[in-house]
Design a protein. Structure first.
Length: 643
């Protein structure tokens, strides 16, 4: 009998050792084989092996298998529940983990520090601050609050839930701190955008004799922009500490340099990574995309064979970055090839990729393909609808944008501020005042009427549709929330549909509220002066922009001045303005002068202006047509030859 017990104990010990190896190696196939062998040897009901099997499946990322084993364990103890709780939390299933924790509490089971740590991790994953505070209270009442592993989990939870002050308060109570607790506090600072404080805390940690590890450096680098010398110093310390070959840390360095605009440094680190993961590739792609190096991002895509030789498959993040690059550069053919790659990997149904594809095709001017991708996405979210509505609105097809919005409403999706802004833009483009008013009513009902961006879009709508009084009402309702964009929108509405007096009044009000005008402000007023025939006022404002406000005037401002002078026949002065511009006048500027010459029948000057347009844009037929009209009206028979 004793021999049988010994044999059983040896067999269980052997199976336990194998399961620990499976968990350590995160080998799911081996774990399934071990489960089969345990059942074959008649130990399928053993609680000890069942707990270890749940743990192994959790480490391997297979929460479903872990739960199936957990549900079959007879006479589960607190360790069984805690291991399953940890499997959920470690794999990002925060809500399920918290549900399990509440069940543990309802059963009156004795909760230990390990259970509390797993529950706090679940709160961090779920972003559930109130539940975390409740567990904090439980830890206090059970006497575990001051234990270093529980306190560290509390710091991490508060940090990830965005409550840095509470994380700092818990950290301050720790009499004895280890590297893990310092890392948790560092991560809390970095995750909440307090990177300078994270660097100071890192220095204090080193001063107190705590040797940093790879996790320490990742926490310091997380969110830190690599401008200046700080990033370089941290990189040097990484190398001095012997972590130069750590892939996770190298990925963090690539991201740091990329966010700081040091793309070449990011590429240097990336090229030095011996075993690149998909995170490595994505970090480099993001660095290129963040810094406008879109061509480089697409070039990196062509090295995907290198990725696959290293058994690294691109994921949705990879393709979203690439599609953003194609959209920004208009690389339609590259976008099509990426679309094919996405389809071959079965990622078309991924919402982020679908939205990026729709955006890429619309930015590349192919709304037919954008709509085709949209129709093929099986489960559309609000972002997908917003992208398509915005694409049609941006293309000036207000009617189609409004039609997509109506279909979205029929699907029962609740619009957000981005939906409303795109739809208002569509209404503005098509001057659909009735539809715009209906959207305004929906905005008011949704409680978003006080949003700055929406208010500005409403002012644009009413201004474009000639309803200046309603534009002014929205503007006045935004008194405490007005910014320069809002003021410029109101000014544009007044200058387009109102009188010059309205525009001058608005600029005066801007000054009283301390709002500094910009180039768009003056462009709107110059437009109003041009159409209102206020020559001297327009010229004075043009000079005032540079002298009194230090605004760098551009070609559009000069075109307005040419238009102001041209409308009253001061053609020589208009040409002198073009000749003395600090940069070369473009074809639009010369066409403006040519139009004025036609009105005032100045044939010779008109021909000179036409010559400039033809030289700048030989394919433009407009100057020929205007000259022909001028000479026909004058009865000269035919247009003189150029030169």
């Amino acid at each position: 009998m004793s021999g049988e017990r010994d044999a059983t104990a040896i067999a269980i010990s052997s199976h336990a050792s194998i399961l620990r190896d499976c968990a350590s190696a995160r080998d799911l196939t081996a774990a399934k084989q071990a489960q089969w062998e345990i059942a074959r040897d008649g130990f399928g009901g053993d609680r000890y092996l069942g707990n270890l099997l749940v743990q192994a499946y959790g480490k391997c990322g297979s929460v479903r298998d872990a739960r199936e084993v957990f549900d079959r364990i007879q006479r589960r103890n607190i360790f069984s529940w805690t291991i399953m709780l940890g499997a959920y939390a470690d794999n990002g299933h925060g809500r399920e983990a918290l549900g399990l924790f509440r069940e543990i509490q309802s059963r009156g089971m004795a909760i230990d520090n390990v259970t509390l740590v797993s529950a706090l991790k679940a709160c961090a994953v779920a972003g559930d601050l109130e539940e975390g505070r409740g567990i904090h209270a439980s830890a206090r009442s059970l006497g575990y609050e001051s234990e270093i592993i529980v306190a560290t989990a509390l710091v991490s939870m508060y940090g990830k839930c965005g409550h840095l002050e509470e994380a700092k308060a818990v950290f301050a109570t720790l009499v004895e701190r280890n590297r893990v607790s310092w890392n948790a506090m560092l991560a809390a600072y970095a995750q909440n955008g307090h990177c300078e404080e994270a660097v100071r805390l890192y220095r204090l940690m080193c001063f107190e004799g705590i040797k940093p590890d790879a996790t320490t450096f990742v926490s310091v680098l997380d969110g830190w922009k690599g401008e200046g010398e700080h990033g370089t110093r941290i990189h040097d310390q990484v190398l001095e500490s012997g972590f130069g070959s750590n892939t996770t840390l190298a990925n963090a360095l690539v991201s740091m340099y990329g966010s700081g605009g040091r793309v070449d440094d990011a590429r240097y680190v990336f090229d030095g990574i011996a075993e690149k993961t998909v995170v490595s590739w994505n970090a480099m792609l993001t660095a290129y995309a963040q810094n406008g190096r879109y061509g480089k991002a697409v070039d990196l895509f062509w090295k995907m064979d290198e990725m696959r030789r290293a058994l690294v498959e691109p994921n949705s993040v990879t393709f979203v970055n690439l599609l953003v690059a194609c959209a920004a550069t208009g690389f339609l053919e590259a976008g099509r090839k990426i679309h094919a790659e996405v389809a071959s990997l079965g990622l078309l149904s991924t919402l982020s990729v679908g939205g990026a594809l729709i955006n890429m095709y619309s930015e590349c001017g192919n709304l037919v393909l954008a709509k085709s991708v949209f129709d093929s996405v099986p489960h559309k979210n609000l972002v997908s609808w917003n992208v398509l509505i915005g694409s049609y609105a941006g293309d000036g097809d207000g009617k189609e944008a409004l039609g997509v919005h109506q279909k979205m409403e029929l699907e029962g999706l609740k619009p957000d501020k981005f939906t409303f802004i795109s739809v208002l833009h569509a209404c503005s483009a098509s001057e659909a005042l009735a539809e715009g008013k209906a959207i305004h009513a929906l905005i008011a009902a949704s409680g978003l009427e006080r949003d700055e961006a929406i208010g500005t879009a409403l002012i644009n709508l009413y201004g474009k549709c000639g309803s200046l009084e309603q534009a002014r009402n929205v503007f006045l309702d935004m008194k405490s929330r007005r910014n320069l964009v809002t003021w410029n929108s109101m000014l544009a509405a007044a200058c387009t549909k109102g009188g010059l007096e309205d525009c001058v009044e608005i600029i005066h009000m801007m000054g009283l509220e301390g709002i500094m005008p910009d180039e768009l402000t003056f462009l709107s007023v110059l437009f109003a002066c041009s159409h209102g025939g206020s020559i001297q006022q327009g010229l004075d404002l043009f000079l005032s922009a540079g002298v009194d406000y230090g605004i760098a005037t551009n070609t559009k401002h000069y075109v307005c001045v040419v238009d102001i002078l041209g409308r009253v026949g001061r053609l020589e002065e208009a040409q002198e303005v073009l000749n003395r511009m600090p940069f070369q006048a473009n074809d639009v500027a010369w066409m403006t002068l040519l139009g004025a010459c036609r009105i005032h029948r100045d044939f010779e000057q008109g021909r000179r202006a036409a010559d400039y347009v033809i030289e700048l844009d030989p394919q433009n037929a407009a100057p020929y047509a205007l000259l022909s009209t001028m000479f026909s009206v004058a009865g000269r028979g035919r247009m003189p030859a150029k030169g």
